[in-house]
Structures are given as C-alpha cells and as structure tokens.
Design a protein. Sequence first.
Length: 121
Amino acid sequence: MKKVILHVITELNTGGAENILANLVKFSKDSKYSNVVVSLSDEGPIGKRLSSFGFKVHSVGLNKKILSIKNIKIFKLFFIVIKERPSIIQTWLYHADFVGLFLHFFFRKPLMWTILCSQVP
C-alpha cells in the first residue's frame, strides 16, 4: 500500500504554485507515494486537469472567511484528512500553510510548507 501525501493548497486557479504542484503530482505518479490534492476553495482549472489525469482532488469550498468558526465547511477538510489517512501533509501558499498548522497539531502528521518567493531581500 502506498503512503499518501496530502497536498493542501489555497486554490487551484492558474498560477505559479498551482502549476508547480500539478507538475510535481503528475511526474511522481509512479513513485512510492500516492498524491491527493485538496483545494481550500474550489476545484479550479488545475484541479480539473489533475482529475483528468486520475488523481484525487477534493475542494472544501471555503471563502475569504477561511477561519471563521461559523464557516462549517472547515470541518469538511478534517473529514478528508480522516478519509485519506495521509502520511505527510504538504501545504502550498500562505492560507494553506496556516491551516496546515492546525492539521499537523490535530492529526500529528509531519507537515511540509511550500513557500515560494520571487524576490529575496
């Protein structure tokens, strides 16, 4: 049974981080890991492309009030983690990095942040 890497990203619209994630997942298809992608917002064009390649893509449907207690959709993310049983959680972009901290502490899974920057001071 393959170990699961759960990639959590803020959104899957066309952008730099989203394309890097798509390429990483696509080109690691035959590795010892299974990749599952979770978008905190909607599926977006990148998510649709990954789904067409046969990867599991989940969308949580959160909006800008991502961490509001009133936003019950955040619990959908917890159910996805329970269902997929990842070995590693890898987050992409700042909002997902922040949410990943909660997942790390709640599920006691290793967490990897992916922080991309085009300028270094």
